[in-house]
Design a protein. Structure first.
Length: 137
């Protein structure tokens, strides 16, 4: 993964730990949040355009026995029926950390996605829906 993706993943892992503490999760669950965040974008290494990076990464982690592979597999998926507190925390963290690893909050994150992919892109539209649902939770 490139250095920016690594910075993003590390910052998502740290943000997940912060959110997990707000949920009053156990120390073990907080540590698991770090591992989930650190690995959530591993699929980018195996796709040239980032499309389906979540599915590719989730499958890779599943095949290697990672307990929380489903969180990686379903992160960012607005139509997913899988539900877990760890997936909610991952989506909340991922949608607040920009591509350089800065904690920018939902509004600046969505603006960055719009600039990079365009307002008519499916990526942008899905992120808007995801963020709206996260604000409700």
């Amino acid at each position: 993964m490139d250095i920016d993706r690594l910075k993003h993943s590390y910052a998502v892992a740290k943000k997940m730990m912060d959110i997990a503490k707000e949920y009053d999760l156990s120390k073990e669950d907080i540590m698991n949040c770090f591992l989930i965040g650190l690995n959530h974008d591993i699929g980018y290494e195996f796709t040239p355009n980032g499309i389906n990076h979540n599915k590719i990464g989730g499958q890779l982690l599943r095949d290697n026995g990672f307990k929380y592979w489903q969180e990686v597999y379903y992160h960012g998926d607005i139509d997913c029926t899988y539900d877990s507190i760890f997936l909610d925390i991952l989506n909340k963290a991922d949608m607040q950390i920009d591509k350089y690893g800065n904690d920018v909050g939902y509004d600046r994150r969505i603006e960055d996605i719009k600039k990079r992919y365009g307002e008519e892109s499916i990526i942008y539209k899905n992120c808007v829906i995801l963020i709206e649902s996260l604000r409700i939770k």
